[in-house]
Design a protein around this ligand. Structure first.
Ligand SMILES: [Zn+2]
Length: 344
């Protein structure tokens, strides 16, 4: 068997059982964090639905003509749309779905018979970004799915989606993958010796595709590093510096809110590392290449300060998600952030 999905034993088991019983659903909704492997899992489903070894086996063989063509994105019955981005998680080119495409391309394709395989597969990514007109087009198809078609919707989580869409799909929730499993996966990826796979596995926090992207593209770790330095700079910086960053972040928020969430996320991970370091659990820290600096800060901040920072980050994230004015939220964050002072 050749599942490319890393981890996810429960979801794999559900699909395997459905295939063996010839009961694949016409619609699945795969939920999970960005970088956890939703596209890969959807493609694994595309393979089990078309693999020539099925249903003798409970997973795709990975080596028949069908599996190979799906893996290389050359299968004429497998379509990948992304509602939001024009590049998906692992850099494959996918098309951005406009209303016209959904109406014309998707609706035209979905009613055709399979051309080279048994089942036509439509993978639609980032469906939380769908507008109502797009949702309606999709809903009509989900209400009366054609035979020989499996529609696979991908989203971060089901809570923001129309209940009429969710109720017509079988929901598969992808769980964070264990650090050791990610490390083992990276070990098999034939990466250069210079790639810090241990640190990447820790930083990935359960997201194997994120880990792979970070391993093949050093720029990802550089961006994290920059954000980390900005946050650490704030802890020791003047109010002026803090407000400058707050202004930059609130400007960024309008075009790239994920980037701002990522900044706060990194701040959270790093502060937790300081807490672990101060409680003699330095072995558990995530940012292992910053061990010394983290130790230094564990001496400069009291435990109360560290706990307050964590609380403040959570509150800031919550308020940004609730659409409170970003400049207010971020100014408040900078004002309340404790100052780390050197003991010397
Ligand atoms: Zn196969």
């Amino acid at each position: 068997m050749a599942w490319k999905t890393i981890g996810q034993p429960n979801s794999i088991d559900r699909i395997s059982r459905a295939v063996v019983l010839d009961r694949l659903s016409h619609a699945y909704l795969i939920c999970g964090m960005d970088g956890i492997g939703k596209v890969t899992f959807a493609q694994d489903i595309a393979k089990v639905a078309n693999c020539l070894e099925m249903p003798k086996s409970s997973g795709p063989c990975g080596s028949c003509n069908q599996c190979i063509r799906i893996d290389s994105h050359n299968h004429t019955d497998v379509f990948i749309y992304d509602v939001k981005k024009d590049l998906d998680e692992v850099g494959r080119t996918t098309t951005m779905v406009t209303i016209d495409q959904l109406r014309e391309d998707f609706l035209r394709q979905v009613h055709r018979k399979p051309y080279e395989g048994r089942t036509r597969i439509f993978i639609i990514s980032s469906i939380e970004s769908m507008r109502s007109e797009q949702s309606n087009i999709l809903l009509k198809t989900l209400e009366e799915p054609p035979d020989d078609v499996v529609i696979i919707l991908l989203a971060r989580d089901a809570s923001n989606l129309l209940s009429t869409i969710v109720s017509r799909c079988q929901v598969l929730n992808l769980d964070p993958v264990g650090e050791l499993e990610i490390l083992e996966y990276l070990g098999e990826c034939e990466l250069g010796p210079e790639v810090p796979i241990q640190e990447i596995a820790k930083l990935s926090r359960g997201r194997p595709e994120w880990a792979y992207r970070a391993a093949i593209n050093p720029e990802i770790l550089h961006i994290l590093e920059d954000k980390l330095n900005q946050f650490v700079g704030c802890l020791i910086g003047s109010l002026e510096q803090r407000f400058k960053l707050s202004k930059d972040l609130s400007t960024q928020f309008f075009r790239d809110r994920d980037g701002v969430y990522e900044f706060l996320d990194i701040a959270m991970t790093w502060t937790r590392d300081v807490l672990l370091s101060s409680s003699e659990r330095a072995g558990d820290i995530v940012n292992i290449s910053h061990k010394e600096r983290i130790h230094e800060f564990s001496k400069m901040l009291s435990t109360t300060d560290i706990l307050n920072i964590l609380k403040l980050i959570r509150m800031t994230l919550g308020n940004l998600r609730k659409n409170v004015t970003p400049s207010l939220v971020l100014d408040n964050f900078m004002l309340k952030l404790p100052v780390a002072t050197s003991l010397t």
